[in-house]
Design a protein around this ligand. Structure first.
Ligand code: PAP
Length: 331
């Protein structure tokens, strides 16, 4: 769905009308105990995030200097947030006292709809944040507030092959159910719903294509990254590209002094996973911080999906992405 189709009535809706409106939308639930997903503006929005989405769309005023990290959940968001923060703030903090050593990347780079705009009683004060503000969203491109599209702000979209992304998401739900001693979501069922596009911020292909097409139309506005390319790039070309896109390119001296390697190490899965800030305690949403750092590999899905499941998803992804030029490496 294009932004022009987003119902204006939603944008002007008062907070006390939201619950009533929600009840008019189609809804699905992955499994008993998981939050309802509401079909809204062409994507599946978790019930608890609905107010945040409306409020974000209604109130957020982007600045030309803003940097937005966008993704479908479980695509490398935490990693990308850490990288963007480390690149932008490298001269401010250095590497021994870097906030990434003591705070979770999601605390340093908050989500707009799922964090900053979530509170029904208060709007966030984003005015006092110094430039560039690094912020994040899981919303599809079509649902971004107009000011993000119309301003000069830049968007980094991180994507991941849907096989690993869905397995990562399933594990995340599983862990949450185990913690809460709730019913466990069977993989077959989760997979089936996924193929129907029913998962948080899904369908996957619509989400990816929205940003992919925007990156083709305006490469200076949207940088489209792939998790798999970043993982296999031993020369760290993706980091240089990201730094240039963010407006903080590495100097020749920095390259010589190994600053790029330092950022790569600081933000690596191995480093972040063992930090106390990332392996103890809970996030605002109630889930364990450690659940953001599971395996961090490409191709782990082969341990879970049967050949017939893999075939079904492969065909579906090929069909949905046909003609777009967008492809994913899944191993
Ligand atoms: P989110 O959408 O809830 O923020 P997100 O960070 O996008 O989650 O995805 C989590 C995945 O990224 C996990 O993948 P896995 O389940 O297949 O293991 C997690 O391990 C992986 N991940 C987290 N941090 C890093 C990192 N620094 N480098 C590579 N992968 C990472």
């Amino acid at each position: 769905m294009e932004q022009k189709d987003v119902p204006r009535s939603c944008i002007s809706m008062e907070a006390d009308q939201e619950d009533e409106f929600l009840q008019t939308l189609p809804r699905e639930r992955i499994w008993e105990g998981t939050p309802y997903l509401y079909h809204f503006q062409g994507f599946w929005c978790p019930s608890w995030a609905f107010h945040g989405v409306i409020s974000f769309q209604k109130h957020f005023q982007a600045r030309d200097t803003d940097l937005i990290i966008a993704s479908v959940p479980k695509s490398g968001t935490t990693w990308s947030k850490a990288l963007a923060f480390a690149i932008v703030n490298r001269n401010r903090y250095g590497f021994t006292a870097n906030p990434l050593l003591t705070a979770n990347p999601h605390d340093l780079v908050p989500f707009l709809e799922m964090d900053l705009y979530l509170d029904k009683n208060n709007l966030p004060n984003l005015e006092d944040r110094s430039d560039p503000r690094i912020l994040a969203t899981h919303l599809p491109y079509a649902s971004l507030p107009v000011s993000i599209k119309d301003s000069g702000c830049r968007i980094v979209y991180v994507s991941r092959n849907p096989f690993d992304q869905l397995i990562s998401h399933w594990h995340f739900l599983l862990k949450r159910s185990q913690e809460e001693a709730g019913p466990l979501v069977p993989l077959e069922h989760f997979f089936d719903m996924y193929c129907k596009g029913v998962h948080s911020n899904g369908p996957f292909w619509d989400h990816a294509l929205g940003y992919w097409n925007a990156s083709l139309e305006n490469p200076n506005k949207v940088l489209f990254l792939k998790y798999e390319d970043m993982k296999e790039d031993v020369n760290l070309g993706y980091l240089k590209k990201l730094a240039v896109f963010l407006g903080f390119p590495f100097s020749a001296d920095e390259e010589r002094d190994g600053v790029i390697e330092q950022i790569s190490r600081l933000c690596s899965f191995e480093n972040l996973k063992v930090l106390q800030a990332n392996n103890t305690g809970k996030m605002k949403g109630g889930f364990q911080k450690s659940s953001l750092f599971r395996k961090g590999e490409v191709g782990d899905w082969v341990n879970y999906l049967t050949p017939s499941m893999a075939e079904r998803l492969k065909n579906q992804v090929e069909e949905k992405l046909a003609g777009s030029g967008l492809t994913f490496k899944a191993s």
